[in-house]
Structure formats: structure tokens, C-alpha cells
Design a protein around this ligand. Sequence first.
Ligand code: NZQ
Ligand code: ZN
Length: 405
Amino acid sequence: MGNALHRRSFITFKEKKMENFEFYNPTKLFFGRGQETRIGSLLVEKVGTDSQVLVVYGGQSAKKSGLLDKVTSSLKASGINFVELGDVRPNPTYEKVKEGVVLAREKNIQAIVAVGGGSVIDTAKAIAICVPYEGEGWDFFEKGVVPKKALPVACVLTLPAAGSEQSKRIVISHQGRKLGTGSDIVRPFASIINPEFFFTLPPKQVRAGVIDMMSHIMERYFTQTPNTDFISGQAEAALRSIMKNGLIVRKDSQNYEAWSQIGLAGSFAHNGFYGLGQKEDWACHGIEHEISAWDETITHGEGLAVVTPAWMTYVWKENPSRFVQFAQNVMGVKEDTEEKTVLAGIAALKNFFKEMGAPVTLAELHAEKLDPQELAEKAVKIPGTLGNFKKLHSEDILKIFELMR
Ligand code: NZQ
Ligand code: ZN
């Protein structure tokens, strides 16, 4: 009896502890007004003068704001040669990556400069791993091949959202699938964040960005790993700050101070810090990626606004105390029972999304016609199950889709 008890408590101790981890984040950050003019000298430092660089950008915004001109002028002034690859679309495609790979090989490119948001940066990072790879680049995404070599990438960020400017992840769409890959070698060697370039963001991208960065923190915060006081406390503070400043920039798009907080939070939200020593979840992202793969006009952050409260409602009973902590410390709500507190926390989060102007149902996302069965099966096809807070099978994901209606 004594032995059994001892064994049980030993097993409990062994299973429930902070995880070992390695953390390596070599991205040099340059933050604030005017920092974009440093891009030329950063490239000289990395690959030398007279080198050949690929500048990747999106549709119109970086041209209209004058940022692209500033970047290319800085490169010219530093004696860097460059070729351009524009027209990267949101939810970027492997086709575009291949176009960049052909161009980069033809021009003997030594480094890549991304000027834009997550889609542009991910395209640049994908080109960076595909150029030195002899096989089919889609293998990184579909077959789980780990990138071992990459051209150096520098970013000039125009949209605080995906966190790709510091993250080790790349997300690319191809043939109806939206898949990720990553390793430390894909982290940009330098990223420039001047919050003035966020002033031109349309409301849709403002809210999508705010919700995406919150999700990057929440995917890590909702963990079953105990003893996460240090990181969880930072996560709660970051979430409160993002919500507060998100509401400010929603009304006042030229507020440099508020954008600075959002820019800083968004960039750190996904560099790995908020997951140190704990098991991360990522079910909401897994489900959302199926939704924006099904309809590429859907914005990732808006998809998350619909998925997240439904996921929370479905899984909270796995560890109610974590959700009580979220309700009280992040959303500032407390009721007389545990269940009421949890549900009030979820409702308050949903209200915040609504206040930002985001959709919170599939119908509001214009996605009511998606086939939940098909998407649920796709979501678990490669990983087997989704998430860690509660391991989700396709039947669970179907129920989460029901809660999104
Ligand atoms: O193409 P342009 O004209 O530049 O317009 C873009 C685009 O239409 C516009 N925009 C960007 N900066 C602007 C601006 N408009 C006005 N002023 C500015 N300063 O915004 C639109 C959306 O851009 P996009 O790059 O697609 O947005 P975001 O940064 O949210 O990136 C989303 C992509 O990143 C992936 C998402 O799945 C999605 O494909 N993610 C990447 C991650 C990573 N690599 O670590 C993690 C994330 O969880 C996410 O999955
Ligand atoms: Zn995201």
C-alpha cells in the first residue's frame, strides 16, 4: 500500500513537471522610426557589398507607402544589387515560392529581403530554404523534411500579426492544403519594425493582426504543464496589453505609441518565449489553417476569432483551473462558481473580438458552406491528432465546428 502510494506520487511528479528546453533566437531587432534606412548596411554586414539580393513584397501597400523605395534606396546606397519579386498574395502559395526559387537560382542570390507582413516574409523564408535544397521544396511542408540550410533573410515588417519576422515557422498553401514547416535556421537574421508603417493598415488587418498575436500566446498559455508561473504571468500581461492597445489603434490608426506596444508584443508573441518549458497546444491554428486553405480569401486572424472561443468552450473541462486563471487574470471576470467564471471569461474574449469588429461565427466569416467533416479529417491527417491541452480527433473537431455556428 505504502509502496503503491509512493509509486503513484513519484509517477505524478515525473509526469507533471516543467519541460526541458533549448532556446535560440538569433534575430537582431531594429525598432522605431527611421530604422528601415539601415537595411543596406545590414546586408553589407551579412553578405558584403556588391552582392546580389532578392527583394520580396506584396501587392500595393509597400509601394504606396513609399517603404519599398526607401528599402531599395538604402540597398543602392550600400552598393547591394537586387532583383524584385512582387505580388505575393495573402495566404501565400507554393507556386509563388517556386517562381522565387527559379529567379534566385538564375540570379545567384545570396540573401533575401522581405518587405511586408507574414505572407511576404513566409514566401521569402520558403524561397530561402528551397534554393539550396535539391529535392522538391513541398517536401518540407508535406513530408516533414526539416530545413537544414537557408539563405539569410532580413525583414522590414509592415503588419504586426503573424510574428514571422522572429519566428522559426513558415506557412504555405498548395493544392488545397495550408501547411507549416520550421527550424531555427529559418529565423530571419535581422528584422526592422517601424510602427509608422502600420498607420495605413485597413481595419480588417488591424483586428486580424491583434487576434493572431493573441492566439500565438494563447496556444502556449493553455497548457497542461504545471509550474509555469514565470511565463504564464508574462503571457497574461502581454494579452492585457495587446487588448488595451488593440482597442486604441482600432479607433486611432495613427497612434504611434499604441502601435509600438502592438508591434513589440506581436513580434515576441511567436518567437517561442511564451512556450518555454511547457507543452504547447496549436489546435486552433491547425483548425484555422484548414479554413483559410478551404477559402484563401479568409484572413487567418479572423478565422482564429471564430475558432478560438469554440475550442475553449469544448476543452476547458480538461483543466478548469487554467481557464479560471485566464478569466480572472486576463479578462478580469470572476463569478461565484468555477464553471460560471470560465464561461464568463470565454464570453468576455468573444466580446473583445466583436469590439475589434471581428467575425465570431462561421456565417459572419462567410464560411458557413464549408464541409466540417472534410476539414476535420484533413486537419488530423498528417499529425494524427491536433493539440495537447486535449488531444483532438476528427470527431472532436466536428463538435468544435458545431460550436462555431
Ligand atoms: O499585399 P499588400 O498590398 O502589401 O497588402 C497586404 C495584404 O493584403 C496588407 N498590408 C500589409 N501591410 C500593410 C498592408 N496594407 C496596408 N498597410 C500596410 N502597412 O495586408 C494584407 C495581409 O497581409 P498578410 O501578409 O497576408 O498578413 P499577415 O501578416 O497576417 O500574414 C498572414 C499569413 O501568415 C501566416 C498566416 O497563416 C497567413 O498565411 N502565418 C505565419 C506564421 C509564421 N510564419 O510564423 C504564423 C502565423 O500563425 C500564421 O499562420
Ligand atoms: Zn497565427
